[in-house]
Design a protein around this ligand. Structure first.
Ligand SMILES: Cc1cc2nc3c(=O)[nH]c(=O)nc-3n(C[C@H](O)[C@H](O)[C@H](O)COP(=O)(O)OP(=O)(O)OC[C@H]3O[C@@H](n4cnc5c(N)ncnc54)[C@H](O)[C@@H]3O)c2cc1C
Ligand code: SF4
Ligand code: SF4
Length: 1004
């Protein structure tokens, strides 16, 4: 039970800012702290982090509650009522229209209130708490052959409470419908905290549990719906994807399910505390046909014919996505796999069922249908589940691919999910495209062609008042077009702030008054999520937006790194659109700190939002370099997973360097950071004092002292000092480079030099055995080895890192220009040449070095593939090699290369571990304050996987830190791929590997 209240400060402006904590908040905080089992937070950073969803809006809440139970929510509602503060329920915060934000207490159910309360595997029903994430639910029920079939693109992070709130739908809604078709019952709380339940009526059931008041309300609602029956039949659009307004239409069914009135009510009627869901049987097979079209209109005109074939999904991927996606490394390969020639757009058609032959026949029917419409050889068949998964990943990232657009003008969501009957789809899209053209903009179309619900976002600059006015004009015209084509203005995402205003034009005045009656019946004092669905906020009110009038990035005055690729540090930070991909808990590597703490603060999104608010002065004058900002970034392990996996390319690792530079400039550099950063400077001297320095790990008292004085955890061993690597051969001259592929400079990073020279020695032997010529390069001045500056970057010492970069660049460039390539072993060091060097020393020279620098495995994999080298390697007799990738290898797509090289070893059974960060991350795992999080990160997937390893299995890890973490945590010795190859080499200079049980083995 905790509550943190900020000292009350007067509001800065009419629009609330996170600093505008009031005395009322202090009272609220106190009361909540007394009452809650969970947490309530009132500090400005937390409130700022909960001010946005994936929309253009921003409203700073009064506070944030993280409930642990329904009782916590009930207490919150009561206390909020006493203080006359609204309550806004929230799940993953992935809405696109401002639904889960507001002036009041935001109640985030996703952190703690997310369990399963009942599960009937025989009957296929499940009851969950509202914070349950859809993907977790599906993982749980999969083993029993079930799945929950409403699958929004945000399945990895959207919650059942939020899905019910928005009446969400997935790509397969053609077969499975919306949430309202799959929710059986809802338990909820009235605004005063009184519990009740709604479910199916009939068979002697009123469909109501709870006090008489709930019965009376249910009866009143049914009477209201009956009274409006004619109007409902006349005004509710007859499209499957109608999610706007309240579901009064559900109450005029023969046996209404009262819960369906709460579905889609966006937290405006009641607070959901439990949802009972109907599960569906997982189909045994799925197949996909990727239909190619020469024009957008032809795709729209053919959609209905494709839908008539009975698929479960027909999804559009338009030209913009094809073009932008081809530039995103994560999607390039998939798009190349599924496209032939240069189609204008694609329709992804999926069939599902238990009879695979029948499904393959469906693909043939699809091809015939396309031919009938004049499109020959226009279907790429994707029958393999693995390929289908990649295609769905591209489809689900469509929005984000578009949002990766740099600059202030971005695709904006406000008419992004209108749905029209299929027969009008082509005309509707033409009409709206014409509206865009008239307003000097354009849009990208994608998604659920099957149900006439296409996503589109015109490109507008929401920092400009003129474009906000355009947004209003486009909304008016699009809403009129949707009405003309008898569609629904919201066909998927809900009303929120963007669309509540358009309920009256769509449903008419009479039904709008009926909606107000619904609201007043449940929430007479307008406490729950006010301003949504009824009595709406203005969708173009700039005071409610992220970029309010006067928004400007004022800090830092000058940046330490070059951010020109984004148009500046501010635009780089603003790239985060809060879609929440970083909240996923499985798959990929982003974001390891969040996977451990499940706290928005330790999430890429939370960090980006905090930075945006801080650099634009919304968290106070010095917020950017404040301790709060430091705490927000402390657990970021700079793994760079977001750089690759965040669909908009938010590069938090680089932002952390920028931040630390300014933070330490203001607060000074602590001893631990100084010691770690200067490692390359004192490594040679320290090696000479090895016996003395290594005592730290042998004498517990010294370990404790190092914790107290320097902040290095006493529970951690430190790398052992020893005689460093001595490169063989004489210093080279660029003239020695003959200019063919064999010329290589082996870059010895500080860590491998000082602590694991056998890796570099092994790499030398392997490279020589493969026929490379090694060149020994020294800096121009002094003999201190070349360095990438990584240790300086880790503490934001960009000036020193830049000096290292200059030294290294000056020494290596002549060799590169003579035709040599640079190869390195440690991913975090070598890849600095490709990444941070260009931000430290913008210009063609750093880029040149970046292009000529390769990880050991990248070099070998490329040359093996080109058939330029041959490695004589001994058969390993089926020995298993568990492969853990360093985060930076993953971020730079180098894992394929490690696997290629390892698979070149005959008889080696390579098994990649699907792991996120190992948790060590440079100095992070050594910190007394961070060791627990570090170990928890390792326990997420790496350690459990390695505990399954057999005694003779190999563990392969190219990262120094990863090897240390594995050894420290499990007592296993992990090896760099260079040593694996070296040990497997069959050369006249190296003896054959020794035998164990008649099989060759590689000694650990
Ligand atoms: C990239 C992207 C793709 C998307 N794709 C889809 C898609 O394919 N299909 C689709 O339908 N949507 C989609 N959405 C919209 C959004 O992801 C879904 O609506 C999702 O279901 C919202 O879940 P959430 O947990 O994030 O809810 P939130 O955004 O946190 O909340 C949604 C609504 O539910 C209410 N709510 C939350 N919890 C409760 C509770 N306990 N009690 C009462 N009310 C509550 C909130 O007040 C709010 O009004 C997408 C969004 C993005 C950013
Ligand atoms: S950091 Fe990236 S993945 Fe996370 S919410 Fe922001 S844009 Fe989405
Ligand atoms: S660099 Fe890694 S830890 Fe940091 S925000 Fe990105 S994904 Fe999270």
């Amino acid at each position: 039970m905790t509550a943190t209240a900020e000292p009350s400060t007067p509001p800065r402006a009419a629009t609330s800012t996170p600093r505008a904590a009031t005395r009322q908040n202090a009272g609220l905080a106190r009361r909540l702290a007394e009452a809650l089992q969970g947490e309530a937070r009132f500090d400005s950073f937390t409130r700022g982090r909960y001010a946005t969803d994936a929309s253009i809006y921003q409203i700073i809440p009064a506070g944030v509650v993280l409930p642990r139970s329904a009782a916590d929510i009930a207490a919150t509602l009561k206390i909020a009522a006493e203080h006359d503060v609204p309550v806004i329920m929230r799940g993953g915060g992935t809405s696109q229209n401002g639904q889960p934000i507001g002036h009041g207490l935001v109640v985030d159910c996703s952190r703690h209130f997310n369990g399963i309360t009942a599960y009937d595997p025989a009957g296929g029903t499940i009851t969950v708490e509202p914070g349950m994430v859809l993907e977790r639910l599906n993982t749980r029920v999969k083993a029993d052959g079930w799945f929950f079939p409403v699958e929004p693109s945000t399945a990895t992070r959207c919650t059942i409470g939020g899905m019910a709130g928005n009446n969400s739908c997935g790509a397969r809604s053609l077969r499975f419908g919306k949430m309202s078709d799959n929710v059986l019952a809802i338990e909820a709380l009235f605004p005063d905290g009184t519990p009740f339940g709604f479910g199916l009526t009939g068979n002697d059931s009123t469909g109501v549990t709870g006090p008489d008041r709930a019965e009376h309300l249910a009866a009143a609602m049914r009477a209201l719906a009956e009274a409006e029956r004619d109007e409902i039949l006349a005004r509710y659009p007859r499209v499957q994807r109608r999610v706007g307004g309240y579901n009064l239409d559900a109450l005029i069914e023969a046996r209404p399910n009262l819960a369906h009135l709460l579905v889609g009510s966006e937290g405006t009627l009641a607070a959901t505390t439990g949802v009972t869901l109907k599960l569906s049987r997982l189909p045994a097979h799925r197949v996909m046909g990727v239909c190619h079209f020469p024009s957008f209109r032809s795709a729209m005109e053919t959609t209905k014919a494709l839908v008539d074939l009975g698929p479960v999904a027909v999804e559009l991927v338009d030209n913009n996505v094809l073009v932008l996606g081809a530039d995103i490394p994560l999607f390039r390969t998939t798009l190349a796999d599924i496209t032939r020639g240069t189609p204008n757009c694609l329709l992804l058609v999926e069939f599902a069922g238990d009879d695979r032959d029948a499904l393959l026949a469906d693909l043939r029917r699809l091809d015939a249908c396309m031919r009938d419409h004049g499109f020959r050889n226009a279907v790429v068949e994707v029958p393999e589940p693995v390929r289908q998964k990649s295609v769905w990943e591209v489809r689900e990232a469509c929005l984000n691919i578009m949002m990766s657009m740099k600059g202030d003008a971005k695709p904006v969501s406000f008419i992004e999910d209108c749905a029209v009957p299929l027969e009008h789809l082509a005309d509707y899209t033409d009409t709206v495209t014409e509206v865009f053209t008239r307003h000097g903009t354009r849009g990208t179309w994608y998604a659920h062609a099957s149900v006439g619900c296409l996503h589109v976002r015109p490109i507008l600059d929401m920092k400009q008042g003129g474009d906000v006015a355009k947004m209003r004009a486009i909304a008016e015209e699009a809403s009129a077009a949707v009405r003309r084509f008898k569609g629904s203005y919201s066909g998927e995402h809900g009303d929120g702030i963007s669309r509540s205003e358009y309920i009256e034009p769509m449903f008419g005045a009479r039904l709008t008054r009926a909606f107000e009656t619904v609201k007043d019946g449940f929430d007479p004092d307008n406490r729950l999520n006010p301003g949504k669905i009824v009595r709406p906020l203005r969708m173009d009110d700039r005071a409610l937006m992220r970029f309010q009038p006067g928004y400007a990035v004022t800090q830092p005055a000058a940046t330490a790194l070059d951010w020109s690729d984004w148009g500046g540090f501010g635009p780089a930070v603003e790239m985060c659109n809060s879609n929440g991909t970083c909240r996923k808990l499985v798959g990929g590597a982003m974001c390891p700190s969040y996977r451990v703490t499940k706290d928005e603060q330790h999430l890429t999104r939370g960090r980006a939002n905090s930075l945006r608010l801080a650099i634009s002065g919304q968290l106070g004058a010095d917020a950017f370099t404040s301790p709060e900002m430091k705490r927000t970034l402390d657990l970021c392990v700079s793994c760079k997973a977001c750089r690759r996996e965040c669909p908009t390319g938010v590069d938090m690792a680089k932002m952390k360097i920028e931040f630390l530079h300014h933070y330490h400039a203001r607060h000074g550099l602590p001893l631990k950071e100084r010691l770690v950063a200067a490692l390359p400077l004192y490594a040679s001297t320290a090696a000479r004092l090895a016996p003395l320095l290594n005592l730290r790990d042998r004498l517990p008292a010294l370990a404790r002292l190092s914790e107290r004085w320097v902040g290095l955890s006493a529970r951690r061993t430190l790398p052992q000092w020893r005689r460093p690597w001595h490169e063989s051969g004489e210093p080279a001259h660029p003239g020695d480079v003959s200019g063919d592929f064999r010329d290589v400079v082996l870059f010895g990073d500080t860590f491998n030099r000082a602590f694991e020279r056998e890796n570099l020695e092994a790499a030398e032997r392997v490279l020589l055995a493969a026929g490379y010529r090694l060149h020994r390069v020294f800096p121009h001045r002094g003999r201190r080895p070349l360095c990438c500056g990584r240790t300086y970057l880790a503490s934001g010492q960009t000036d020193r890192a830049r000096a290292e970069a200059r030294r290294t660049l000056a020494a290596l460039l002549p060799f590169i220009r003579a035709g040599a390539r640079v190869v390195g072993l440690e991913p975090s060091c070598l890849l600095t040449f490709r990444d941070e060097f260009t931000a430290l020393l913008p210009g063609p020279e750093a880029a040149e070095l970046g292009r000529a620098s390769f990880l050991f495995e990248e070099l070998l994999a490329a040359d093996l593939k080109a058939g330029r080298i041959d490695l004589p390697l001994a058969d390993q007799g089926g020995r298993v090699a568990h492969l853990h990738g360093h985060c930076h290898q993953k971020a730079f797509a180098a894992m394929g290369a490690v696997e290629t090289v390892l698979r070149a070893v005959p008889g080696l059974d390579v098994r990649p571990i699907e792991s996120s960060c190992c948790g060590m991350a440079g100095a992070f795992g050594y910190g007394a304050e961070t060791i627990d999080v570090s170990l928890a990160m390792a326990e997420l997937s790496l350690f459990p996987a390695l505990r399954q390893a057999g005694p003779d299995d190999l563990v392969v890890a190219d990262g120094t830190s990863c090897r240390h973490q594995i050894h420290d945590g499990l007592g296993l010795t992990a090896r760099h791929v260079a040593r694996v190859l070296d040990d497997a080499l069959v050369t006249s200079t190296r003896p054959s590997p020794p035998l164990r049980n008649g099989k060759p083995f590689l000694p650990l």
